[in-house]
Design a protein around this ligand. Structure first.
Ligand SMILES: [Zn+2]
Length: 77
C-alpha cells in the first residue's frame, strides 16, 4: 500500500536551553538517572532527558522519543 521510502526517523526531543520561563535564568542540559522512568497504565518509557535552571534550580524533564510515548500512552481511539 505505502511506498517503501527511507525509514522515517522521528526527531529526538532536545531539552530547551532557552532562558528559564520562571526566572529568566540560564538553563543547561543535564543527564537523567536511568532509574527514572515515566509510567502510565502498566507501561513505561525510560528514555528521559532534562535541563536545569542554574538560577532557581527548576528541573525540566522531557521524553526523548515522543513518538514512543504517544504509541504507549495514548488512550485507545
Ligand atoms: Zn529559573
Amino acid at each position: 500500500m505505502w511506498s517503501r521510502g527511507e525509514k522515517n526517523k522521528p526527531e529526538k526531543v532536545e531539552p530547551p536551553v532557552t532562558p528559564c520561563p520562571d526566572c529568566d535564568g540560564q538553563r543547561v542540559r543535564a543527564n537523567v538517572s536511568s532509574e527514572m522512568d515515566l509510567r502510565r497504565g502498566g507501561r513505561y518509557v525510560s528514555d528521559i532527558a532534562g535541563s536545569v535552571c542554574l538560577s532557581c534550580g527548576r528541573l525540566f524533564l522531557y521524553a526523548v522519543d515522543i513518538e514512543e510515548v504517544r504509541r504507549r500512552f495514548a488512550p485507545p481511539a
